[in-house]
Design a protein around this ligand. Structure first.
Ligand SMILES: [Zn+2]
Length: 678
């Protein structure tokens, strides 16, 4: 489960002490295009790692990059063809590079890289091209043919038409993930997890598979469908598994190669065993092996360097079964991890004092480990846009029997924070100078702690009624689950215990978080929604649900107040403890819905509070935001690693920080394109 990029919008402008003065001069923001900006992040502490640890990070970073094409292909089957064609044009274009068409083409390609494909990474709508079809067709035709991804015997003008059709025809692949439950969501989604299969056929296929496993006495706790594409061949529905020798073998074999190098420099026996199991899984595609790997991975707590690499999150599948490929290579920030250790050491306090129904609480909290990490390499779905917190594994039975690992990604959050300094966003939307001051003093610490608690405690809290599984909530599961984790964190960020535990220096920090959360959920997150559109993304629905629900329930007592000043709308919290009680009340209900798998109640809550947008407020917010000229989404340029050779052996790994997004994307496409484009 991932905690998304709220920090870029909610609680920026905080302060943080630096490890070294040099960071002050580092350029965090490099460019903006469309609704996106590109940031760089630093990896403090890399230089002082041991050579063995540096090698491990480098091998894992190569493995992370080898899966890049998988993400493109999973997002939509046209993505690799369009990307290769556009890259060839971009590099080979001989015409006027300052023409409006070319400039729009360049933005389009950057958005394609940013989104890992044709569709916006957040809204999942197909990106609009700002250049003309004529320009594109003639640009393809004037590109050296040997650079183009031509099919055997295909003429360049035929390729130009083929790709132009995908880009310009609005009827082709309009949406990557459709969550409109009134339609066949599988057919309405352009993601590449199903081909020629209806939603009903997909549901039936897995129902039968599970049933036959049950009868045969096989392990039915596995995550059905997680690492495969479902296709119909000669009228029969079947799975194409992602594995060596299976679908995506060209990329998976490379991943296996680099993981096998990593085995040799693993830090601990536990880590070695887990990486070996991961390699075994990539060979077999067995979901039992995947679960075994996850158990080993959760138990490997001692290594400093850690990583995820695999088919993990299911947000890209309308059925929430099939996982996108991702990788995050990282190492522990030992100092900052003291904070999360306090949280995980007291997990039982939080669980037993939460306002949820006792029968849905855990009676013992097992192995919730939390750490603060520094990312060294992002890959797949996590690159260029990345979460700021991760809690894995996702399999519920592993979480309850073996625990989970929860991380807060500090160097990414820090980059967001630095890049937002002085952009005017907070000043524009905060209700008062006092609120601004509170955020500036406490915002960074409060939002980091909220992320920790969301990941480490929130997702790990509670238990299901016997026989209930998460899939009962269907398309509402992700939003409900995220709101559960958010509410848990919100409830406790204003607990007096926070001061007692030494986690916050003042409860004012909790108030700052409440201000930021409500402002975001009721108002500012709307900057990410295009006019007239509904809210669809799970984390955004989660925040809209919580903010609107507590706003409504607290109306009578005026707990949160909406007011206008100089024609602008603001929200002010009048009663923080009252708001905390409402968060607790909603947490109790959301936990009940989760524990009982109450689909109807979940649907009711989401559809009532989290989907529709107040059109007038939306227009106003977009208008105010536009004047600030800030891009709402951020992606990252990764550091580059280069081995320093001494004879045949690696003597050191040097880290550097590239500054140009397009150069890095072209370099990745040059070195890590392993999959066929068709
Ligand atoms: Zn989450």
């Amino acid at each position: 489960m991932v905690m998304s990029i709220s920090a870029s919008l909610a609680n920026c402008n905080g302060h943080k002490k630096d490890e070294n003065q040099e960071q002050e001069k580092f350029k965090f923001l490099t460019e903006q295009f469309g609704d996106s900006k590109i940031l760089r992040y630093q990896v403090p502490g890399f230089e002082s790692l041991s050579l063995k640890q540096k090698k491990l990070i480098w091998f894992l970073s190569q493995a992370a990059l080898c899966g890049r094409d998988i993400t493109y292909d999973q997002n939509c089957r046209y993505n690799l063809l369009v990307r290769h064609t556009c890259e060839a044009v971009y590099e080979g274009f001989m015409g006027d590079r300052s023409s409006a068409d070319f400039i729009h083409f360049e933005i389009y390609l950057k958005e394609l890289w940013f989104n890992n494909g044709l569709h916006h990474h957040y809204s999942t709508d197909k990106t609009q091209a700002g250049f003309s079809k004529e320009f594109f067709v003639s640009a393809v035709k004037s590109t050296p043919p040997e650079k183009l991804p031509l099919a055997i015997g295909q003429a360049p003008d035929h390729l130009a038409d083929e790709v132009a059709m995908v880009i310009f025809n609005p009827a082709i692949a309009p949406k990557r993930v459709s969550l409109d439950s009134s339609t066949d969501m599988v057919l309405a989604s352009a993601c590449n997890f199903y081909e020629g299969v209806t939603q009903k056929e997909a549901e039936e296929f897995y129902y039968r598979l599970k049933e036959s496993d049950q009868k045969a006495g096989r392990d039915t706790r596995i995550s059905y469908g997680l690492n495969s594409k479902l296709v119909k061949v000669n009228g029969l529905v079947k799975e194409l598994t992602y594995k060596a020798g299976g679908l995506y073998t060209q990329a998976i074999e490379k991943i296996i190669f680099w993981l096998s190098q990593a085995v040799e420099v693993a830090e601990t026996p536990g880590q070695k065993a887990s990486v070996e199991k991961l390699v075994e899984y990539y060979h077999s595609g067995s979901l039992e092996a995947w679960d075994e790997y996850n158990v080993l991975w959760v138990n490997d707590q001692d290594a400093l360097v850690d990583f995820v690499n695999g088919f993990i999150e299911t947000y890209g599948d309308p059925q929430a079964m099939k996982a996108g490929w991702e990788s995050v290579v990282n190492f522990k920030d030992i100092e900052a991890t003291k904070r999360t250790k306090i949280i995980s050491d007291n997990a039982l306090y939080f669980e037993s004092n939460s306002p949820t129904d006792p029968q849905y609480k855990k009676t013992e909290v097992k192995g919730v480990s939390a750490k603060v990490i520094r990312v060294a390499q992002l890959g797949g779905e996590c690159d260029p846009t990345t979460p700021i917190g991760i809690n894995l594994p996702n399999a519920n039975w592993i979480r309850s029997e073996h625990g989970s690992k929860s991380v807060t990604i500090d160097n990414i959050t820090y980059a967001y924070d630095q890049a937002s300094l002085g952009n005017g966003f907070l000043e524009e939307f905060a209700a008062s100078p006092d609120e601004v001051a509170k955020i500036k003093e406490y915002g960074y610490a409060a939002s980091s702690l909220t992320t920790d608690m969301h990941e480490c405690l929130g997702h790990a809290s509670g238990q299901l009624k016997p026989g209930v599984t998460h899939d009962l909530l269907k398309n509402y599961h992700s939003s409900i689950e995220e709101s559960r984790a958010d509410l848990f964190a919100l409830y406790y960020i204003l607990d007096p215990k926070m001061e007692e535990f030494g986690l916050l220096k003042s409860l004012k920090a909790g108030e700052a978080e409440y201000d930021a959360f409500m402002r975001n959920g009721l108002m500012t997150q709307l900057v990410r929604i295009r006019p007239g559109k509904d809210i669809e993304e799970a984390h955004m629905r989660d925040r809209a649900l919580i903010a609107h629900w507590v706003f409504e329930k607290g109306k009578e007592k005026n707990i949160v107040e909406k007011f206008t000043r100089d024609g602008k709308t603001y929200f002010r919290i009048n009663d923080y403890q009252g708001l905390r009680a409402l968060f607790g009340q909603l947490l109790k209900e959301i936990q009940r819905i989760t524990s009982e798998g109450d689909y109807k109640a979940g649907r009711e809550l989401i559809e009532t509070y989290a989907v529709k947008v107040d059109q007038d407020l939306h227009t106003e917010v977009l208008d105010r935001y536009k004047k600030l000229d800030i891009a709402p989404y951020a992606g990252f340029i990764n550091p580059a690693y280069e081995p320093v050779m001494k004879g045949d052996s690696i003597a050191d790994i040097k880290i550097s920080y590239p500054e140009d997004f397009a150069t890095q994307m072209l370099e990745y496409s040059g070195k890590f394109s392993f999959l066929p484009v068709r």
